[in-house]
Structure formats: C-alpha cells, structure tokens
Design a protein around this ligand. Structure first.
Ligand SMILES: [Zn+2]
Length: 307
C-alpha cells in the first residue's frame, strides 16, 4: 500500500485577498513536495466534490444555502476574519470532498495514510456559523462519513495551534468520536479548557490539553505520551483523523508556540505507532500554518512519518 495525497487546483480558487490563509500556502506545499521528489513516491488523489447531503452530515441546510448564495453573488466577509469569493463554495465542497475521497481510499485499503492539502480549513466551523477562516468542518464531515463506511469509532487528533471549537461542538455528546486537542492557551477562539471533557454520553470523549505560549517539541511529546497515547489505546479506534495545523511552528506569525519541523515529524511518528497498534488507518487534514516554508517542510515531514 502507498501513501496518498489529496490536492486540486480548485483549492487555489478560494480567493481571500490579502489574508494569511491564502492560496500560496498550498502552492508552497505542492512545490516543496515536487522539489524533494516526495510527490513521485505518493499517490495523488483527485478529490470529489462533496454533495449537499454530505455537508449536511454536520451543517444545517439553511447555512449551506446561505454560504452558496453569498459566494455565487460574488462573496464577502462572513465574520471579521473569514472571507469568501465567488469560487469559495466550490472550493469548500472540494475541501470536504477531499477528506471523503481520502477516507474511501484508506477504507478500501488502497492507502495506509492520506494527507489532504485542502483549503478552506475547517475545524472552527460550527453547524450554523463560519469562523476563523473556516466554512465547512471538513474533518467533522469526514468523521461522520467514516462511520457511514462502517469505521464506527473515530479518533480525531487536533494539533493545530488553535482549539478546534467546531469539531469539539459537533461531537461533544457523542461517545463514538473521540476529540483530542493540544493548543496554545489563552488564544483564539477561547474554548478548549481542560475541564471541557464532553457531556452526557460523550463525557470523557473530549480531551483538551491547553499549553502556554513558548511550549516546545519536548512539551508536545510529553503530552502525547502521557495523555494521547493511553486515550487512543483505550478507545481503540477504527480510523484516526488528524486536524493537521502547522501554526504551532516556531516561525509561524500568528501564534507563540515553538514547535520545530523535526517536532512535527516526531508527532507524526507517534501517530504512526498508534495506527499500527490499533490497526487504524490515518487521514490527515490541513488546517492552519502561515509561514510558507515552515508549512511546506512540516507537511513533508508529516507525510514521511505517517504510516
Ligand atoms: Zn490554527
């Protein structure tokens, strides 16, 4: 089996103007993979466009239609920092669809892991609300899709520097989707305290590990070993999804964390070990990461270390 990589030119058409979440991020990733010949060793996967029914696994139809109408009428600002253009609706369908295509590949044992280089990102998007550069919650839609394909227990690892409030919210009362997040605290969006552990039947299936500004590779590795590893082994998932954000990198302009490129490789290798132990494939989905070089190199090292 090979490693897979989801990419599509349609992701570049989501035009955000002068904005940190811009098409150059994906171009930097693609060009770097090409220059290191990693691209020739992995299977390029063309994403499908998610259908409205698939997006509605997580989002309300009224919200989906509102996004569609705003985009088709030329776009605009959805909140203070979330912008859409005319092509953004299609890009957002392709972003969610890329995750669905990746999940199908690992389900059919065509790939052991897939990295989805998609945009717009997703983990802040709520059922009825775009926020933090996110329109549709790609990874949450993917988790529900995996369950439809009989991968019933889904473990989401969110290593973006920000807390994935949208993903947490989608599964807060659900014991079949475990949500783990390690993120800078305090920081946008202001959720993700340690005492947010899930509700009702979902109690104990949300695990938040806020870390202070300045946290380094060794802090992340310690938390992975002490908190993440036992949680994954105990849950014994059928599939592991990663909200792979690279804004915890020491060069990132938006946060104050100090992860190195090598550190991301170590995190990916920890996930690879868990994948083998649980016999669960891995699908990583791009979230943030705004220093182009750090982003491109960290994505490459992630792909190298995934199973
Ligand atoms: Zn982020």
């Amino acid at each position: 089996m090979v490693k897979g990589f989801v990419f599509h030119e349609g992701y570049l058409a989501h035009d955000t103007g002068a904005h940190p979440e811009r098409k150059e991020r994906l171009i930097a990733i693609y060009d770097h993979l090409k220059s290191t010949s990693l691209l020739s060793q992995i299977s390029l996967i063309s994403p499908k466009e998610a259908t409205e029914d698939e997006i509605a696994l997580i989002h309300d139809r009224s919200y989906i239609n509102a996004i569609k109408n705003i985009c088709l009428s030329g776009g605009g600002a959805l909140d203070l920092d979330t912008v859409v253009s005319k092509e953004s609706y299609k890009a957002a369908l392709l972003a969610a669809g890329g995750v669905l295509s990746a999940i199908e590949k690992v389900r059919n044992k065509k790939c052991t892991s897939v990295f989805c280089a998609v945009r717009p990102p997703g983990h802040h998007a709520l059922r009825n609300k775009a926020m933090g550069f996110c329109i549709f919650n790609n990874i949450a839609i993917g988790a529900r899709w995996a369950q439809k394909l009989q991968m019933k227990k889904v473990f989401i690892i969110d290593w973006d520097a920000h807390h994935g409030n949208g993903t947490q919210d989608a599964f807060y009362t659900d014991p079949t989707v475990f949500y783990f997040s390690i993120h800078q605290w305090p920081l946008y969006p202001g959720t993700g305290r340690e005492n947010e552990i899930g509700l009702a039947e979902g109690r104990g299936y949300t695990l938040n590990c806020p870390v202070p500004a300045g946290s380094k590779d060794e802090d992340y590795v310690r938390i992975f070993e002490e908190k993440l590893v036992p949680a994954v082994l105990d849950f014994d998932p059928d599939i592991i999804l990663i909200s792979a954000g690279y804004d915890a990198h020491e060069l990132d302009p938006l946060t104050n964390l100090m992860l190195t490129t090598k550190g991301y490789g170590i995190l990916a290798s920890k996930v690879a070990e868990l994948s083998k132990k649980c016999n669960a494939p891995v699908v990583a989905v791009l979230e943030g990461g705004y220093n182009l070089r750090a982003l491109a190199e960290s994505v490459a090292i992630t792909i190298e270390h995934l199973p």
